[in-house]
Each structure stands twice: as structure tokens, then as C-alpha cells.
Design a protein around this ligand. Structure first.
Ligand code: ZN
Length: 252
């Protein structure tokens, strides 16, 4: 009852973010709490109000970052009570190790993974997932996975103030030990439970960071939906070789 009242109150006080998306109105009847940020909407299920408010301000920050680099996006974030609830909402089978997921129009928090993150880590994750929403999480197939995941991390880490060797710790350890990845990561490398999952994300992130450094951020943005080779004027082999050099320089 209390959460229902709070939901009504916060919905009545601020209207800046517009009406709730249709299919979120029936979520958790009587037990949903709606918190509106400046331009974001957060809907929680048995989550403390302070945590929802904190998430709404992170979502507003993430929206500004995504807006600067990619374009407008409206953050709608669901914060369920359990990971199982989150997986069901996302229609996902395995969610091991994740802190949040994106669907076509919203971000879904995985409570246990999210709870383990630092404040900076939460900003990175929310910005990463919101980037997926902005670029169209379901553009699957047309955009290689290293580009969609790498770009989401590029936006996520861009203003995070986290050093490269820290953010790419697992990959840095391999590079320092003398092992460089032979190729850009493919879809199987990003499967939940893949043995080098952390490294796959780090490889993808640094590929995008390298492209932005060499060709400019706008060129990286233009890569979406275009042929990577012709957009950059590099063959796949040339891009791979340049990226491996970049990893050696940045992490070695
Ligand atoms: Zn992602």
C-alpha cells in the first residue's frame, strides 16, 4: 500500500518524462514504485525508494552522455525484486554475471549483479545498456557484435574516469603475459558463460576506442549500419592488425 501511494505521489508531482509506456502500467500491481528523474522513468518492485532515486539520476546522466555521442533516448528502467523476475521481463534464459540488460525500449536491472558494482561501475553499466536502447538493441545481424558491445562500452566508459588498464584488467593481464587475441571477438565469445567473456568485452571496447582515436568519434558512430571495411577504408585484416598494435601499446 505504501509503495502504491509513493508511486502515485511521484507520478503526480513530476510529469517531465511523459506518460508511462503502455505495457509497464500493469507491472507488479499494487507493488510497483515509480520514480521520475528529469527525463527518466524508473519502476521498481520491492526496491528501496532511495535506490530508485539514485538510479533515476544515473539514468539522466547516462541519457546526457548517450545524447552527446549518439542521439536522443528516453530512459525507461525496470528494477525488479529478483534476478529471476528480471530474466523473465527480458525474455532471457541465462543472465549469469550481468548487472543489467537492454530490450528494444528499456533497461532491466539484475539486482544481484547491480548490487556488486561500485558507483562508477553502475554508471558504466546503465550508460552501456542505454546505448543499446538508443542504437536499437534488436538491430541484430546487421551490426557485428564487437561493434554493438564495443560501442556501448565506448559510450559507457567515455566519461567514467576509469583507466584503461583497470577497465580492461583481464585482457591487460593476457597482453602483459605476451598473448594478443588473433581476431576481433565474434558472437560466440559474448555468450553467457563463455570462458573469456570479460576479455571479449574489453577487446570490443578497445577496438571502438581505437577507431574513435584514429578516425574520430563521428566515424565510429557512422560505422553503425554501414560496412566496417568500406567506412574506414581498411580491410578486415588491416583493422585487426592495427587493433592488435593498439592493444600492445595500451595494455602491454
Ligand atoms: Zn551490451
Amino acid at each position: 500500500m505504501l509503495t502504491g501511494m509513493l508511486a502515485l505521489m511521484s507520478a503526480g508531482l513530476t510529469a517531465g518524462a511523459g506518460p508511462l509506456p503502455q505495457d509497464t502500467r500493469g507491472l507488479w500491481p499494487g507493488a510497483a514504485t515509480v520514480v521520475r528523474g528529469e527525463h527518466s522513468v524508473v519502476i521498481g518492485h520491492r526496491v528501496p525508494l532511495a535506490d530508485l532515486r539514485d538510479l533515476a539520476s544515473r539514468a539522466d546522466r547516462a541519457r546526457r552522455t548517450v545524447g552527446r555521442i549518439w542521439g536522443p533516448v528516453r530512459p525507461v528502467i525496470l528494477f525488479p525484486a529478483t534476478d529471476a523476475e528480471a530474466a523473465a521481463l527480458a525474455g532471457a534464459g541465462s543472465t549469469g554475471g550481468l548487472a543489467a540488460m537492454a530490450t528494444a525500449d528499456r533497461v532491466i536491472v539484475l539486482p544481484s549483479g547491480y548490487a556488486r558494482l561500485s558507483a562508477a561501475g553502475r554508471d558504466v553499466v546503465i550508460t552501456h545498456e542505454l546505448t543499446h536502447v538508443a542504437t536499437g538493441a534488436t538491430r541484430g545481424g546487421r551490426v557485428p557484435m564487437w561493434l554493438s558491445e564495443g560501442f556501448a562500452d565506448y559510450v559507457g566508459y567515455r566519461d567514467a574516469g576509469i583507466g584503461v588498464r583497470e577497465a580492461a584488467a583481464e585482457l591487460a593481464a593476457e597482453v602483459r603475459a605476451g598473448t594478443l587475441p588473433a581476431r576481433l571477438p565474434g558472437a560466440a565469445d559474448f555468450a553467457p558463460g563463455a570462458p573469456r567473456l570479460a576479455q571479449a568485452y574489453e577487446e570490443a571496447w578497445l577496438a571502438c576506442r581505437y577507431i574513435a582515436e584514429r578516425f574520430g568519434e563521428k566515424a565510429l558512430v557512422r560505422l553503425y549500419g554501414s560496412d566496417v571495411g568500406s567506412a574506414l577504408g581498411l580491410s578486415r585484416a588491416e583493422l585487426t592488425a592495427a587493433w592488435r598494435d593498439h592493444l600492445r601499446r595500451e595494455l602491454g
